[in-house]
Write a protein that binds this ligand. Structure first.
Ligand code: ADP
Ligand code: MG
Length: 142
């Protein structure tokens, strides 16, 4: 379980670092929430914790970014492409059934082609730059 209010971009990134320490090879994480809610920021924190030292950018246009971190991270964004046939063609399954950590922004848009045992993290915009970030995933601790 996870439920946290983050007050800034850096707090969001630090939460990503904490979450990364609880992830393992083969995990599939989907990030749900509005534009600007902090999904990509959290991925930056995850990659920092996994000792990726280079620039991390949003896959909004590239659709899939791959990062050779301590554990390889595949970062996907479904916002601009939510056609599940297209994702099948691109070869999403090869990423899903791998030993990588796969993080999918807007993964809720393609849920029907994702496995059941995925980790769902939700983001909500609150007032004054605050974000609520929460998950039912049982292995997350505060
Ligand atoms: P998403 O990937 O969900 O669209 P991004 O992580 O790309 O969102 O962008 C979040 C934006 O919101 C950044 O510009 C960041 O500086 C800003 N921001 C302001 N407050 C917060 C907060 N509490 N948590 C995360 N980001 C925040
Ligand atoms: Mg994003």
């Amino acid at each position: 379980m996870l439920e946290k209010i983050v007050n800034s971009e850096s707090e969001c990134q630090i939460l990503g670092e904490k979450i990364a320490s609880q992830l393992k090879e083969g995990d599939i994480v989907i990030l749900e929430g509005d534009l600007g809610a902090g999904k990509t920021t959290m991925v930056k924190g995850i990659l920092k914790k996994l000792n990726y030292r280079y620039q991390v950018t949003s896959p909004t246009f590239t659709l899939i970014n791959e990062y050779e971190a301590d554990i390889k991270v595949i970062h996907i964004d479904c916002y601009r492409e939510n056609d599940i046939k297209r994702w099948k063609q691109i070869g999403l399954d090869e990423y899903l059934f791998s030993n990588n950590i796969v993080v999918i922004e807007w993964g809720n848009l393609i849920k029907e082609i994702l496995p059941d045992d995925i980790i769902v993290i939700k983001f909500e915009n609150l007032e004054q730059g605050k974000r609520k970030i929460y998950s039912e995933y049982e292995y997350f601790s505060h």
